[in-house]
Design a protein around this ligand. Structure first.
Ligand code: FES
Ligand code: FE2
Length: 446
């Protein structure tokens, strides 16, 4: 599916590889890779977002068979800790047992009540309806009035199992016990993130918000820099939106948007100071920014500022390149897991909300390095569909960016639900990640 870089039309201006070749502290190997994506897919049916029947198809063919991120290992640190992972109609208990992390469908095998409504800690799982119970490993423990159930053999009465695996401190689950090994499914992601050691970070913040749109429409707003010109015009002097490099490998895609470099869209020449102020999102009513010394580029200054703070945490022996400190390096592991590369802390996950095609849950984790003992992970701060991102101050400046990013999405959903045409169209290059995602999705729903 890949081809040479030369065969893909790119925008005017400097290429990402050219830009990083001039950096003061050069990038790690992963950022010098190029793998442009080629496929014939340039449009997908509107029904993928707007039709409950397509949501049903995903519930039948995609979600019960695909590996998906359920939580962090650090969220269930001791034996008996469990989380309730919900995906549409499915609910899964992910639990730490003495034999490692296990997962079970969160459904009582008596008359079907959800066993647990919330995350917690338990010695065993006791159903609140009639008191049947299961051990943490899913085996049956107790049948209430067992004299009345001579037909139930406890050996065959385990909770329905779910496959588990871990990578980078994340726990993944798969409802298909015959699924391919997680290592195989994640191999490209693992190869590129080996360098950044995500297991050695902790959850500094975790914010979720219910969004009034399909989960794919939502995540696609975070898979391209094409929207910057209209959605974040304040950034244009300091973001190489059209110079973004897009790549794909197997189940993985990537975009790298260079920062502290001007957008090819703008028709004036910003100074290095203009670039730095734009990318720093300086509040025009706020304090002045320090003036850049002559000869120092915005890109080098941005990297140097971040390097000083980061080096205190990760230690002097870790090389922190300009690109890892400055650029937006956003990966997508099919179907819905979006860790950022480099020293950026962001990780997104998107999934249907409450089994609806027109609502989703968007989550943002800040996965941060730490010194000394691992701090406790931040619990989920859940915002309702009418609560603004700015109600989550732990997101800092990003809350304002998300407000811009998500402003259009309810209107996208409304538009798609009443569209009088059959297909949405994608840009060849700048919407690479969307095209790659939908090609994979087509395979899964066949
Ligand atoms: S439904 Fe769970 S014990 Fe009866
Ligand atoms: Fe954005």
């Amino acid at each position: 599916m890949s081809s040479t870089a030369e065969s893909i039309d790119r925008s005017a201006g400097i290429s990402y590889q050219e830009l990083i070749s001039r950096d003061v502290v050069p990038p790690p190997d992963a950022l010098t890779l190029e793998s442009p994506y080629e496929s014939d897919l340039t449009s997908v049916p509107v029904t993928r977002y707007a039709d409950p029947a397509f949501h049903e198809l995903e519930m039948e063919k995609l979600w019960p068979r695909v590996w998906q991120m359920a939580c962090r290992e650090e969220e269930i640190p001791t034996v008996g800790d469990y989380i309730v992972y919900e995906l549409g109609r499915f609910s899964i208990l992910v639990v730490r047992t003495s034999e490692g992390i296990r997962a079970h469908h969160n459904v009582c095998r008596h008359r079907g009540r959800r066993l647990k409504d919330f995350d917690g800690h338990a010695a065993n799982f006791i159903c609140p309806f009639h008191g049947f119970s299961w051990n943490l490993d899913g085996s049956a423990r107790g049948v209430t009035s067992d004299w009345d159930f001579p037909h139930v053999d406890k050996k065959d009465f385990a909770l329905s199992p779910v496959k588990t695996g871990t990578w980078g401190g994340w726990v993944f689950v798969n409802m298909d016990m015959d699924a391919e090994p997680l290592d195989e499914f994640l191999k490209d992601l693992a190869a590129q993130f080996d360098y950044w050691k995500p297991a050695e970070r902790y959850v500094e913040a975790h914010v979720g918000k219910v969004m009034k749109c399909n989960w794919k429409a939502c995540q696609e707003a975070f898979m391209e820099a094409f929207h910057v010109i209209t959605t974040h015009p304040q950034l244009l002097a300091g973001i190489g939106d059209e110079n973004t490099q897009y790549d794909a490998w197997g189940n993985l895609s990537r975009a790298i948007t260079p920062n502290a470099t001007p957008s090819p869209h703008i028709k004036w020449d910003p100074t290095e100071q203009d670039m730095l102020e734009a990318v720093s999102m300086r509040d025009l009513d706020g304090p002045e920014m320090p003036v850049l010394p002559d000869g120092l580029t915005a890109r080098a200054a941005m990297a140097a500022g971040m390097r000083a703070g980061m080096q205190q945490i990760v230690g002097d022996d870790v090389v922190l390149s300009d690109a890892e400190l400055s650029d937006s390096i956003y990966y997508t592991q099919f179907p819905n897991f979006h860790p950022w590369g480099g020293m950026n802390r962001i990780v997104y996950r998107f999934r249907p909300w409450q089994d609806r095609h027109d609502r989703c849950l968007m989550e943002c984790y800040y996965l941060s390095p730490f010194q000394g003992e691992r701090p406790d992970p931040a619990p989920l701060h859940l915002l309702g569909e009418d609560e603004p991102w700015t109600d989550a101050p732990e997101l800092g400046m990003l809350a304002k960016v998300f407000t811009q990013d998500t402003f259009n999405l309810p209107q996208v959903q409304k538009g798609l639900e009443s569209a009088q045409f059959d297909e949405v169209v994608f840009a060849n290059y700048q919407e690479t990640k969307l095209r790659h995602f939908h090609d994979l999705l087509s395979e899964w729903i066949k």
